[in-house]
Write a protein of this length. Structure first.
Length: 223
């Protein structure tokens, strides 16, 4: 099973598949998570396996492979314990590990998108997936800040759930800014500013990179 998933990460079509899964996760499963907690566990387990396969594929060092396995396993264990006990200390550790988890997955995807070779439709869709992963990473960062510093965000809703932070993150990433959720604490505001800048710079830099790769491929083919 793991070998099949690892082979999946070596193929560019995996980027298209990941984009589809991210869209389903954000725009279909997201609204249902409050009602069906089981969906959260299934989603976390799936992305943990995908992340582990991607990380193992990208490194040939045995020591790093062991570290990655331990990291993903720990993330899963803490996630299950948090759901079972709802302990505040575990919730903080869970938020921190989830953030590291998402950042690692983002790094895996962007490494696939930016590697040498012809630019295909799969890689373009992978770039879109990286953009969504960036937004999800910032959402987890907001959730962690709110956990460590309660009251960092102001909203008209009764409480701030994870889906609200995903919504706020995507709105910030695209610099839309409805204003229904507001960052109050300086740390939260700093992350918001960073995400807003990344939301503008990411498309410009990535498009330039993909164009350069395509031009180099054509040049090498012509030669």
């Amino acid at each position: 099973m793991i070998k099949k998933i690892m082979r999946f990460w070596t193929e560019e079509r995996s980027l298209t598949t990941l984009l589809v899964l991210l869209v389903i996760n954000l725009f279909v499963l997201g609204p249902l998570i409050r009602e069906l907690e089981t969906l959260v566990l299934l989603r976390d387990m799936f992305f943990s396996l995908v992340l582990l396969a991607g990380l193992l594929t990208m490194t040939r060092y045995k020591s790093l492979q062991v570290l990655f396995v331990v990291f993903v396993t720990l993330t899963l264990i803490v996630r299950w314990m948090t759901v079972a006990s709802s302990a505040r200390a575990l919730m903080g550790l869970d938020a921190c590990l989830s953030l590291l988890f998402m950042l690692a997955l983002t790094a895996v995807v962007l490494a696939q998108v930016n590697r040498e070779g012809a630019v295909t439709g799969h890689r373009v869709r992978g770039a879109v997936a990286g953009y969504l992963l960036l937004g999800m990473s910032c959402a987890l960062a907001y959730a962690l800040i709110e956990h460590l510093i309660p009251g960092s965000f102001q909203t008209a809703a009764a409480d701030l759930q994870s889906d609200a932070f995903y919504y706020f993150s995507i709105v910030t990433l695209t610099t839309l800014g409805y204003g229904d959720i507001t960052a109050l604490h300086p740390v939260a505001r700093s992350v918001v500013m960073i995400e807003a800048l990344l939301g503008q710079l990411y498309p410009a830099i990535l498009i330039a990179r993909l164009v350069t790769l395509q031009m180099e491929t054509r040049k090498n083919t012509a030669a």
